[in-house]
Design a protein around this ligand. Structure first.
Ligand code: GLN
Length: 285
């Protein structure tokens, strides 16, 4: 049981998203309410990502701009393997950073997995930030098989020897396949994050049916999340979109997400669909 949270909305102090509300992510670290499947507190570190504009490259000699992502914001992050409530940076430094997108997590290490900074979510790459709340039983064998099936990058690239870090290597490969053609239709087909999450969850659950897979992914403009076993709630208005393991306050607009769902959220837009097929998709705004 870890707890995670994604925010999109007006630029807000990054630290504020960790301490906001009577049941903030920091409070959820030592007094979570909806623990399922063991664990009492989330004391094995924390992390938070925010998004910064990337440098726009100068036009080349012919006046042409480099292609693709040149204006996409990139995820930046801060992590610490100590309990979140012991780190003064949360109150003294992180509030000085402002971002229109934040993704944070507090960790309760699965038994047998290392407690270290590199194992703390969020995992980041370019514009992506990722967190996993859950566990993949027998993860070395299961995720090696999943990675082989997808032709993923080597799991030796995982930042830490944890199921979550290995899941991120595989998901990154699905989001940004090597050698992908940048023809617009190929880009759309290959990098739809909802499809990537559905494929990943499906392949893992096929080999490890009891896997707990609450995944959270953000690119600074949209949040995607899955539920497989653990709790999740969403708060979406025209101004903000928050996806969180537990509501951070008692705002009546929080909606619980059922199990085995795939959530896509941004301000003014919420889609909750079956994790296993897109048939039951229903859009709510
Ligand atoms: N298995 C992951 C880890 O150890 C996530 C743990 C959790 O959700 N509690 O980091």
């Amino acid at each position: 049981m870890c707890r995670h949270l994604g925010y999109l909305g007006p630029p807000a102090p990054v630290g504020d998203l960790l301490t906001r509300g009577t049941h903030s992510l920091r409070a959820q670290a030592w007094a979570p309410r909806d623990m399922r499947g063991g664990g009492t507190i989330n004391a094995d570190g924390f992390g938070v990502a925010w998004w910064v504009p990337t440098v726009v490259q100068a036009p080349d000699g012919n006046g042409a701009h480099p292609p693709a992502d040149r204006d996409a914001p990139a995820a930046s992050r801060y992590r610490n393997a100590a309990p979140i409530w012991t780190d003064p940076a949360v109150d003294e430094v992180l509030p000085q950073l402002r971002s229109a997108a934040v993704l944070g997590a507090v960790r309760s290490a699965t038994v047998g997995m290392p407690v270290e900074r590199s194992a703390c979510a969020p995992f980041t790459h370019g514009r992506w930030a990722f967190s996993h709340n859950g566990v993949v039983q027998d993860w070395r064998r299961v995720l090696t098989a999943v990675a082989t099936g997808f032709g993923s990058p080597s799991l030796l690239e995982a930042e830490a020897r944890t199921d979550s870090a290995a899941l991120w290597v595989i998901l990154r490969g699905l989001l940004e396949p090597a050698g992908v053609s940048y023809a617009p239709e190929a880009l759309v087909r290959h990098s739809d994050p909802a499809i990537a999450l559905r494929r990943l969850a499906g392949a893992v659950l096929e080999r490890a049916p009891r896997a707990r897979l609450n995944l959270l992914l953000g690119d600074g403009e949209t949040l995607w999340a899955t539920t497989a076993y653990h709790s999740l709630s969403v708060l979406v208005t025209d101004e903000i979109a928050v996806v969180a393991s537990e509501p951070y306050d008692d705002d009546p607009r929080w909606q619980p997400v059922a199990d085995r769902q795939l959530v896509t959220a941004r301000p003014g837009h919420l889609t909750v669909a079956s994790l296993h097929s897109d048939e039951s998709e229903r859009a709510r705004t």
